[in-house]
Structures are given as structure tokens and as C-alpha cells.
Write a protein that binds this ligand. Structure first.
Ligand code: SF4
Length: 319
């Protein structure tokens, strides 16, 4: 039986960013230097496949530091960053801590700290409960920062000193939504200090840009990623807003609902910054079993960003 044709448009860039590559490399390097177990606070990146494969190699994932026994094994902090209290607690217990916070998240931490030192109240644009937001809020004393999630939140802000404000943002937000929120902040508080645009990272911006190009041109779109991955969820939203009639965020090929995807003529595929390429390939293979596929890459940006391993690991490797 001949298979129906299917055009697949692959978004580029997609998948792993430099911060995720660095965080995964940090766990693997720590295992190579110290042997198993290596403790990791929170999911090192938001992807079950990545977490499970590191677990099989000897990584032990914990939610909080107090779940780590007294040990000489290292504890790695995830790419999302941690509140200041976490490395302080690790130091108090003489735990060998390795900080795999993405340098672009650390940059936001520094901005927030600088504004605080200059006496400004910090407005953080982000999603409540996300580990990056918890980590950024945790750089400042209680009450020194206020989280806003929507333009309505901006409208209802009632700061004690409206002329003495600054803003920073989560790195993995929707570029369009954040622009609206930053515009609203600047209209309400014209003297607010902050970055030129926002703190959304290059990887988030580039992946959303590729989806904007592909989503209007296809019958359906698959975003490969985890439901708890902020940047993957934003890719799904961008594809929906661009008018793609069928958009699904899927962890891997076994999650494809063939009653929805069995009759399409064109498909866009992207992957969140924490989703490995092998899962994209798995999905393409699943479609190739049912369709005669033609795959085309749609490139909207070139990426060459690289972050060296965390300093602690480079020193340990040198020893
Ligand atoms: S998505 Fe951006 S901020 Fe997050 S780890 Fe990747 S490069 Fe860093």
C-alpha cells in the first residue's frame, strides 16, 4: 500500500541550548571525576528522558539539599539557578557544590542584585513557582522584589516608591507577551530601570522566531519537550497564536495521537531547549512509518553560543 505524502518542516534552531548542554556535561563530568553517586538538586534540565539517562549513569536527583546525606559526593545545582540560601546551606554542611546555573540566568541574578544595591525595588516578570523565578527572587531579601505575570499585574502594582523601580525578566518567556508587559511597565513607571528590551535568552528568542516562520505554513505542529519546560510551553503557545490548527507538546513519539495526526499533509517540528535531538529523530521515524516524508529544514538564525563547564569542575578536572 502506498503511503500518503507528508512535508515536514524542521525548525532551526531547535532543541538543546548552550546552557542545557553545559548543565548535562557538568553532571557527566562530575560522574567521570568523582564516580557515582553525584547528587543533583532538582531536574538538571526539564526533560524526563535526559533525567532518566543521567539517573542510569549514577546521578541521584533530590528536591532539596536536606535530602542529601552527609557525603563527600558533589551536589550539582540545576541550570535554572538557585536562591542564595542554597549554596549557603551547602557551604555550612561542607558539601562540595557545583553550580550549573546557566550563565544567562546568573546574569539576571547579578542585574537584580545590582538594582537592589542601588536602592531600587525589583519587579520580576516571570511565572510563579518556576525554579528560575524562585532562584532569582531568592537573590534578594524578602520583600525586595515583586513578581508580575500579566499586564493586569503591572496595572495593579502599587510600589512604595514608584520612581525608584527596576525590572528583570525570566529568560524563557514569550517574546511578544513580555514586550507587552515591559511596555506597560515603562508607561506606568517612566523612570523604571532595566535591560534595553528584556532578559529573554538568545535560545528562547531564536526558537520562537523559527516557530513563527513555520507554524503558519503547516497543517500541524509538534513541539518536542516536557510539560514543565517553560520555553517548550511558550513554543506551543507561539505556534497556536500563529494560527496553526493543530499543535501538541509531546515528550516523545509514543505520545503522538494518530487519530489527530494521521491525515495531515504538512507538519512542523520544533523542540524546546531541554529536548534532545534523538527524540526529534524518533518522531520523524514514527511519521516515516505512516507517510512518505519529505523533510526540509527552515533556518531563521545561526547559533554558535558555547559556555565552558562550571569553574568548580574545571578546577577539579585539573587536580
Ligand atoms: S534556555 Fe536560555 S537561559 Fe535557559 S539554559 Fe538555555 S540558554 Fe540558558
Amino acid at each position: 500500500m502506498t503511503k500518503p505524502p507528508l512535508d515536514i518542516l524542521l525548525c532551526a534552531p531547535r532543541g538543546f541550548c548552550a546552557g542545557v548542554v553545559r548543565a548535562i556535561d557538568a553532571v557527566e563530568k562530575a560522574l567521570a571525576i568523582h564516580g557515582a553517586p553525584v547528587y543533583v538538586r532538582h531536574e538538571i534540565v526539564h526533560n524526563k528522558y535526559v533525567v532518566e539517562s543521567l539517573r542510569r549513569k549514577g546521578a541521584v536527583f533530590v528536591r532539596e539539599l536536606d535530602e542529601v546525606p552527609d557525603t563527600r559526593a558533589p551536589v550539582i545545582f540545576s541550570a535554572h539557578g538557585v536562591p542564595k540560601s542554597v549554596p549557603e546551606a551547602a557551604a555550612a554542611r561542607n558539601i562540595l557544590a557545583i553550580d550549573a546555573t546557566c550563565p544567562l540566568v546568573t546574569k539576571v541574578h547579578r542585574e537584580a542584585q545590582l538594582h537592589h544595591r542601588r536602592g531600587r525595588h525589583v519587579v520580576l516578570v516571570g511565572h510563579a513557582g518556576h525554579p528560575e523565578v524562585v532562584g532569582t527572587m531568592g537573590q534578594l531579601p524578602d520583600g525586595a522584589a515583586t513578581l508580575v505575570e500579566t499586564v493586569a499585574d503591572v496595572e495593579s502594582l502599587a510600589p512604595a516608591e514608584p520612581e525608584n523601580l527596576a525590572f528583570v525578566t525570566q529568560t524563557t518567556l514569550s517574546v511578544d507577551d513580555t514586550r507587552d508587559m515591559v511596555d506597560a511597565l515603562r508607561i506606568r513607571f517612566p523612570s523604571i530601570a532595566g535591560p534595553h528590551k528584556e532578559d529573554i535568552c538568545y535560545a528562547t528568542t531564536n526558537r520562537q522566531g523559527a516557530v513563527k516562520r513555520v507554524a503558519p505554513a503547516v497543517d500541524a505542529m509538534i513541539v518536542v519537550g516536557s510539560p514543565n519546560s517553560s520555553n517548550s510551553q511558550r513554543l506551543r503557545e507561539v505556534a497556536e497564536r500563529e494560527g496553526c490548527p493543530l499543535v501538541r507538546l509531546l515528550l516523545r513519539a509514543e505520545d503522538i495521537d494518530w487519530s489527530l495526526f494521521g491525515t495531515i499533509g504538512s507538519l512542523g517540528i520544533t523542540a524546546g531547549a531541554s529536548a534532545p535531538e534523538i527524540l526529534v529523530e524518533e518522531i520523524i521515524d514514527a511519521f516515516a512509518e505512516r507517510f512518505t516524508i519529505r523533510v526540509e529544514s527552515v533556518t531563521t538564525a545561526d547559533e554558535s553560543v558555547f559556555f565552558p563547564l562550571p569553574r568548580e569542575l574545571r578546577e577539579q578536572a585539573a587536580e
